[in-house]
Design a binder for this molecule. Structure first.
Ligand code: UPG
Ligand code: MN
Length: 736
């Protein structure tokens, strides 16, 4: 310290350009929405007239869509961008930077392959940070020997990998990603650079050992004999029923724990918390809380980074970026967590499924302008004390300087013994863990609800979205996975809205109105299903009957509809392109938007209501991070993957068939009854809506009727949906 840059901030916040223009634009759209409402309210068919009830339904739906649109403006109203000054940080604090503990969570060695998990672990072990201050903890909810074996291997490989990374300043520091990146380079280093060749060979040997063990489902006997750690699996019966397995593989305080260059290594700990069938383990929240306690005894870093097992660090400096926020003398003391975007390594060019592109590049910047982004799990740095439930007060300035260097008297083994009870099933009984302390239990999105309650305690958060992606993970590669994942998310968010911690009332007064609305955008995902279903079914059916539900093209009331629809979609396209997407990607995103709303959100909505009534319990379906070769090839070619029959697909296929029938019906009417002009004049918007629904469903029709590969929709779904849609259309035509 003591340099002249001392008063300069460590980060700066800039408001987005063009805010005024956007606000004016939004106001015009809102005016259009008001006119649509006015139209609906002034033309309600009289009692006894055709379509009175359906019209009243439309009032409800358009009120909902309009109001929801207003809520989503919160995410666009006040966007801010952050910039950090890492050189100032390093200059000012040199050796006084705080300890950082990284928590990596894994839960299943078959859908989360150990080699992938180890790449994540290695990428953070090699952070540009003093090793003595770094602790890496792996929580294994799979309680798997295979993962442990891979961890041992990684621990050994790290002795070569870390010095290599630091010597050549390589990036990314996940070995797998790094070797891919340099093999792409012109005149690949892998043919000329002997260090690169050597380290790659070491990696491949390790990879082979781990993959063989994973494939066989058991570890080599000599490994078992060599490491006493495996003895802890002796009394083990299953992943859901075992003692706590806790092992300090590298004790950062041990001067003998060094890499091949003689430099100290970061602390490395394996934890499989105790599991018993009669105790609920609370999924990821449970393992995070166990890690918080266990790490507090071992390295007790003041900052905690949480990573999903597939999210490797893609930038060795992101830790310093995060510290710039926490350690800023002026504003740092009010920041509880720093969230980085969730970015994915495996999205294809025109993302076929969801890629969170707009959420990451637009919406979270908006939330940041109102007090900070949501906590969305992986890629988030927390202050330990706030994660443990501390309330904000102005004098919460943290003392970063700590006397860490005192010698510890216990051996690692004694420390393990002492710490193990903290991860037992019963430890949390009659405590505030899972409630006021640590991550909250009982919600499928433990992260969002925890972040909200932290913000309600007066803290702020920060969103940092650097040019070079800080973390890269794996996103779902099939439609069912995507839909199931979104069901979990939208269900969790909707539960929050109805819970004690609802952003609508719990947040009232403790976070800004803007941030309350930002939360509501996500918390209202699930109920969106109703309005969307109505809009995808009813106008099309009425088209079949030739009853118009929208203003005629020549009527002045047509204008607000035309304006709102085109303004909304042109803007959404621009936003998408601006976020780095492609036009086809945008089109694909609209499809997923529809599919999520008519299935994931519907199921989430129903399940949440059932849960409120006490009929069901939450589960956590883990997203698979690997796909078999054929599935992967189709994914690369951006061919939609269905593959199984599920109630979700029956709904999607039925809706798609229904719209085709209605569209055909309309065409028939044109040919047989009316002139094309009069139909178009009366029903342009209905035809447009139905036509777009048919167009956007193209991959679904292909999956139903044209494809032969294994990723197509099973013929049972084709038959079911065909019959269902036909019955609906026929009975509707006959009834009215
Ligand atoms: O019982 C469990 C279940 C899951 N996990 C881990 O939790 C992480 C997230 O699981 P994943 O299946 O990948 O879910 P995603 O939907 O991709 O995860 C997002 O959404 C979750 C909340 O739904 C957050 O917890 C995550 O951090 C966030 O990345 C993974 O590392 C899992 O290993 C556990 O540790 N224990
Ligand atoms: Mn994931």
């Amino acid at each position: 310290m003591g340099s002249d840059d001392q008063h300069l901030p460590l980060f700066e916040t800039k408001t987005a350009r063009g805010r005024v223009v956007y606000r004016v634009f939004a106001a015009t759209v809102f005016a259009g929405i008001c006119l649509i409402w006015a139209y609906r309210l002034s033309y309600i068919p009289r009692e006894g007239e055709d379509g009175r009830w359906v019209w009243i339904g439309l009032i409800g739906v358009e009120l909902w869509f309009g109001l929801y649109w207003v809520v989503t403006q919160a995410l666009r109203w006040n966007q801010v961008y952050r910039r950090t000054f890492k050189d100032r940080l390093s200059h000012r604090y040199k050796n006084e930077l705080p300890g950082v503990d990284v928590f990596v969570c894994t839960a299943d060695p078959t859908i989360e392959p150990p080699i992938m998990v180890m790449n994540t672990v290695l990428s953070v072990m090699a952070y540009d940070y003093s090793s003595e201050k770094l602790g890496i903890y792996l929580s294994d909810d799979g309680g798997s020997e295979l993962t442990f074996y891979a961890f041992l291997e990684a621990c050994n490989f790290a002795r070569y990998w870390i010095p290599y990374c630091k010597k050549f300043n390589v990036g990314p520091r996940s070995p797998a990603a790094y070797f891919v990146s340099i093999s792409d380079q012109l005149g690949s280093r892998l043919t000329t650079d002997s260090d690169a060749i050597k380290i790659k060979k070491l990696y491949e040997e390790m990879e082979k050992r781990i993959e063989t063990a994973t494939k066989l489902g058991r570890i080599p006997e000599e490994a078992r004999l060599k490491h006493k750690g495996f003895s802890q699996w002796k009394p083990y019966s299953s992943p859901r029923d075992h003692d706590t397995i806790l092992q300090i593989l590298i004790d950062g305080k041990d001067p003998n724990a060094i890499d091949i260059d003689g430099c100290r290594l970061p602390t490395l700990v394996y934890l499989a918390r105790e599991k018993r069938p009669q105790h609920h383990h609370n999924f990821k929240a449970g393992s995070m809380n166990a890690l918080i306690r266990v790490s507090s005894k071992i390295s007790n870093g003041q900052i905690i980074l949480n990573l999903d097992c597939d999210m490797y660090s893609n930038s060795s400096q992101s830790l310093l970026d995060a510290l710039c926020f926490f350690m800023d003398e002026e504003n740092g003391h009010e920041i509880a967590f720093v969230q980085f975007p969730q970015s994915f390594e495996n999205v294809t060019k025109n993302e076929l499924y969801d890629s969170l592109r707009v959420i990451s590049n637009v919406e979270f910047h908006g939330a940041d302008g109102f007090g900070g982004p949501l906590y969305v799990g992986t890629g988030c740095f927390h202050r330990r004390d706030t994660l443990c439930g501390r309330k904000f007060t102005q004098d919460c300035k943290i003392e970063w300087k700590r006397d860490d260097d005192q010698k510890r008297l216990q051996s690692a083994q004694e420390l393990e013994e002492e710490t193990r009870p903290l991860a037992s099933c019963t430890y949390e009984q009659n405590t505030q863990w899972g409630n006021e302390m640590g991550l909250k239990y009982g919600c499928p999105v433990e992260d969002v609800i925890t972040g909200l309650s932290i913000q309600c305690k007066g803290w702020k958060s920060a969103y940092f979205n650097p040019e070079r992606k800080a973390f890269l993970g794996v996103t779902a590669t099939t439609l069912p996975q995507t839909l199931v994942q979104h069901k979990r998310w939208s269900e969790g968010d909707f539960q929050i809205l109805l819970s004690k911690y609802s952003p609508a009332w719990y947040g009232y007064g403790s976070i800004s109105l803007g941030l309350q609305l930002c939360y509501c955008c996500y918390c209202l995902w699930a109920p969106n299903c109703l309005a969307t279903l109505y809009y995808t079914i009813i106008p099309s059916l009425y088209l079949l009957k030739g009853i118009s539900l929208f203003p005629q093209v020549s009527s002045p009331w047509f204008l607000p509809f035309a304006y709102v629809i085109s303004a909304k979609y042109i803007y959404s396209l621009v936003e998408f392109l601006w976020s780095g997407g492609t036009i086809l990607g945008w089109w694909n995103t609209q499809r997923i938007w529809l599919y999520k709303r008519t299935t994931s959100y519907l199921f989430a909505f129903i399940d949440t209501i059932l849960k409120k009534l006490g009929f069901t319990d939450s589960t956590f379906i883990i997203t698979a991070k690997v796909a078999d070769e054929e599935v992967f090839q189709r994914y690369e070619k951006e061919i939609m993957e269905f593959g199984t029959s599920s109630p979700m697909f029956t709904i999607l296929a039925t809706l798609a068939m229904l719209n085709v029938f209605c569209f055909i019906g309309a065409v028939k009417r044109v040919i047989m009854v009316d002139s094309i002009f009069s139909i178009f004049e009366a029903m342009a918007l209905q035809i447009l809506l139905c036509g777009v629904l048919v167009l956007i469903n193209w991959p679904l029709y292909q999956g139903l009727f044209l494809r032969k590969d294994k990723g197509k929709l099973p013929s049972s779904v084709a038959i079911k949906s065909f019959v269902l849609a036909l019955v609906v259309c026929a009975s509707f035509s006959l009834m009215y």
